[in-house]
Design a protein. Structure first.
Length: 75
């Protein structure tokens, strides 16, 4: 995919299509880490702590609900 850099005030921006944001798993106001590796621009979504907390709660819920089953399966 080829993109053009666009001046916006005192900054230059890189516009991405909605489908590209979806592939990254981010929305338009998502926080990303940007780094440069030689001549390559690397954009990585920042992991959400709220997402981590939600995942941990879901794991705890499954573990508590199926604790007996997991115990029997581990034998």
């Amino acid at each position: 995919m080829r993109r053009q850099l666009v001046r916006s005030g005192d900054r230059v921006t890189l516009e991405l299509e909605e489908s590209e944001l979806e592939k990254l798993g981010v929305g338009e106001n998502a926080e990303v880490d940007v780094s440069i590796d030689g001549r390559v621009l690397v954009v990585v979504p920042v992991e959400s702590e709220a997402g981590d907390d939600a995942f941990e709660r879901a794991v705890e819920k499954v573990n508590s609900r199926y604790e007996g089953l997991f115990r029997r399966l581990s034998k």
